[in-house]
Design a protein around this ligand. Structure first.
Ligand code: ADP
Ligand code: MG
Length: 249
């Protein structure tokens, strides 16, 4: 068993608010690890501490053995830790294909050398990969459309494709089905299951318990900035502390 991400003793305060207290978490290679917990529990804060958008007050975040604390978000992204969602950052006036080519080229070139518009026409291999991923996401027929003209569910799948073209070593999903109708949620679950079959390591933050129990190998429950339980889906389902804090039992 190999650990891709190791979070150790992470604390984060905002003024007087203790948003995260002594978080310890290991993410195993190839697994889907769900983080659940009520609103305001600290889930997004924890993710932001991992990807360099926030700096913890204490503790370390090791990705593939290397401490990421102090690194810039784009450097962490380039190292292979890719976050999608809760930041709907598509380019509505560009085509769907151009939208996925931008992160694909940024990944290849590094953010500083990157000139998306100059390179767009010449990158056949990357383009073939991008088209393949879009087809896989069920967006094959939309490739030449303006991204902004697509349905909400398709836009969110585009965001997922923009993450996948970077071939992340660790994919972090912040509420991938938030705001989706049941039909779109089920489609997204199927897509994420397929990604999982290919062995990609994932952290998924999710409110929808149907999504969590469909996808997770392990679940950690966050409440008031602390991990109150970690285990397999069956262990979490049966845990009375979790029922009390979250599942409303
Ligand atoms: P979750 O994602 O689990 O809903 P968050 O991580 O967004 O929770 O927030 C955890 C707590 O930290 C909340 O009480 C929230 O109001 C607070 N918080 C989050 N970000 C900030 C910030 N930038 N400044 C001040 N307080 C924040
Ligand atoms: Mg959140």
């Amino acid at each position: 068993m190999s650990i891709v991400l190791s979070i150790k003793n992470v604390d984060k305060t905002f003024g007087g608010l203790h948003a995260l207290g002594d978080i310890n978490l290991d993410i195993e290679e190839g697994k889907t690890h769900a983080i659940i917990g009520p609103n305001g529990a600290g889930k997004s804060t924890l993710l932001n501490c991992c990807i360099g958008r926030l700096i913890p007050d204490n503790g370390t975040v090791e990705f593939e053995g290397k401490n990421m604390i102090g690194m810039q978000p784009h450097e962490i992204n380039h190292a292979g830790m890719v976050r999608v969602f809760q930041t709907p950052e598509i380019f509505p006036d560009l085509s769907v294909l151009q939208n996925v080519m931008i992160p694909a080229l940024a990944k290849r070139d590094g953010i500083f050398k990157f000139n998306a518009f100059k390179s767009l026409s010449s990158e056949k291999a990357l383009e073939a990969d991008a088209i393949h991923i879009l087809e896989d996401m069920g967006l094959g027929e939309h490739i030449l459309k303006h991204a902004g003209s697509m349905s909400r569910g398709d836009k969110r799948r585009l965001e997922l494709a923009m993450g996948l073209v970077q071939h992340p070593r660790l994919l972090l999903l912040d509420e991938p089905t938030a705001g989706m109708a049941r039909h779109d949620t089920n489609r997204t679950i199927d897509l994420l299951k397929r990604i999982k079959e290919r062995g990609m390591t994932k952290i998924i933050i999710e409110h929808d318990m149907h999504v969590v129990f469909s996808l997770a190998d392990r679940i950690s429950v966050l409440a008031q900035g602390r991990i109150i339980a970690s285990g397999t889906p069956d262990e979490i389902r049966g845990n009375p502390k979790v029922q009390e804090a979250y599942l409303g039992g």
